[in-house]
Design a binder for this molecule. Structure first.
Ligand SMILES: [Zn+2]
Length: 481
């Protein structure tokens, strides 16, 4: 049985989900729906990264316990994903008992392997990033060293810490990249390679007096595990027999953790390594960085309520080039909703419903070979875990079929009740059913009214299915003025 294990990063529950986390999760959900529809055994994992200094600090500011904070935000995340119809198979929280036990066991084994030692750490720490930086990674400002992401002063600290022998894996990592050129699909492989020329060992613990909200080191209960080491292991602790991950989707800011630290951790205990890593770019809103002070923060749930869940998915997947930074333009979002979802796909449903109800249809198949070819191509790309190829196929071959059917209707004018009108309508009802099934991972709500849940695997086996409209007035999406 073919399988696909898809992951999103586990998100930080110090704030509600925003457009960026929705973007990552929606791409992952689309991917999972494609794989399920073509018949793969699919496992889609998302969740929350709940430990660390930042959570501890936020909870303290609010006068509550860290667990209360993460519990309340976990509910908001789950509700958001439900409202955006995200079909994850498992929602992991790093405060889950199974996960905590797994991390301890993993650390114990790595220690026994000889890859963990005790030492002193001296470094520049950014609280916002929850990581240490070396001098050359920081911005050398007149006030001192600043974090390149937060542009805030970092703190110089010397603390006792356990270290993971990351430097030991430098050659192995370089070999791995060479042998698996498809591992880092988007993102700068050369930059990653350069960044590990002077690979240092990784501090993986914090003394409890500094941070107490974390997983205790199994061999020293005065230290807790560094959040990244804890968080990355979620993909393994919750893998449920699907190991290794086939498609890991992340934002470009966390590429280094996933391309360097993560495989090295797995190498330490000889695990099979993840197959493909896809990192996406950042989104701006109307060409401006999203920020509370500018008041341009977009709430994905409100957007989905005002337009549709499908519009948000359709826009993010087909209008933002995956891997590049992209701009979310409110004007183009509205245009896409009104012109493409309503004007093209929704309108076709409405036209066909009227024709079927006034004229009827004859059973005629529309371009069987064309759909065979598209499905074969989709299966081929899926087999290579080629997510970019799948998105490209949707843009270039699947979506254009909707316009093709509209154009075919315009040319044949079956409403003029010609001799072949019923045949033309039959062909269109057949084509519309098949294209709706193919589009269902992209726009699941609108298409469900047509397909009633039929899968791509089912239409591969039988393309002779016709859409039988239940009324003569189909409104798949409501217009937004
Ligand atoms: Zn920072």
């Amino acid at each position: 049985m073919k399988k696909c294990y898809i992951t999103t990063p586990i998100y930080y529950p110090n704030a509600e989900p925003h457009l960026g986390s929705a973007y990552t999760t929606i791409i992952a959900d689309f991917t999972a729906r494609v794989y399920r529809s073509i018949g793969y055994k699919t496992y889609f994992l998302t969740g929350l990264d709940e430990h660390g200094e930042k959570i501890e600090r936020t909870a303290k500011e609010k006068g509550i316990k860290p667990k209360e904070l993460v519990d309340s935000i976990a509910l908001i995340f789950k509700k958001t994903w439900q409202e955006l119809d995200i079909t994850y198979d498992h929602f992991i929280r790093t405060t889950d008992e199974e996960h905590k036990a797994f991390v301890k066991e993993f650390l114990q084994k790595v220690k026994e392997k000889g890859d963990i030692y005790y030492g002193n750490y001296e470094g520049y720490y950014c609280v916002g990033c929850e990581r240490y930086y070396t001098e050359k990674e920081l911005i050398n400002d007149k006030d001192g060293f600043k974090c390149p992401l937060h542009l805030k002063l970092v703190e110089k600290k010397i603390i006792p810490s356990y270290f993971f022998k990351l430097s030991k894996y430098k050659e192995k990592l370089l070999n791995f990249y060479d042998k698996n050129p498809g591992f880092i699909v988007t993102g700068n492989l050369e930059q990653i390679k350069n960044s590990i020329t002077e690979l240092k060992d990784l501090s993986i613990s914090r003394p409890k007096e500094q941070v107490s909200w974390g997983i205790e080191m199994p061999f020293d209960n005065s230290h807790v595990t560094y959040v990244w080491f804890d968080a990355l292991l979620n993909y393994l602790s919750a893998s449920k027999g699907f190991w290794p991950p086939d498609i890991q989707i992340i934002g470009k800011d966390i590429l280094w953790f996933h391309a360097v630290i993560w495989p090295a951790m797995l190498m330490s205990l000889n695990y099979e390594l993840p197959r493909k890593l896809f990192s996406h770019g950042f989104l701006t809103v109307n060409a401006q960085k999203m920020s509370k002070s500018l008041g341009n923060v977009i709430n994905p749930v409100e957007l989905a309520k005002e337009y549709s869940v499908d519009t948000l998915r359709y826009y993010l997947i087909t209008k933002i080039a995956f891997g590049d930074d992209g701009d979310f333009s409110t004007k183009s979002f509205k245009d896409v909703h009104n012109n493409e979802l309503i004007g093209s796909y929704g309108n076709l449903a409405n036209r066909l419903a009227k024709l079927y109800n006034t004229i009827g249809f004859d059973q005629e198949i529309y371009k069987k070979e064309k759909f065979d070819k598209i499905i074969n191509e989709l299966e081929l790309k899926a087999g290579n875990y080629d997510l970019l190829g799948i998105i490209k196929l949707y843009n270039e071959k699947i979506l254009p079929v909707v316009d093709e059917i509209n154009a075919y209707l315009n040319k044949e004018e079956p409403w003029k009740k010609k001799e072949n009108s019923k045949k033309v309508i039959g062909k269109c009802l057949n084509a519309f059913f098949n294209i709706s099934v193919l589009l269902s991972p992209l726009i699941p709500h609108g298409t469900y009214k047509i397909t009633k849940g039929k899968t791509i695997k089912e239409i591969k086996e039988n393309k002779e299915i016709y859409w039988i409209p239940e009324s003569d007035n189909y409104v798949l999406y409501k217009k937004v003025e």
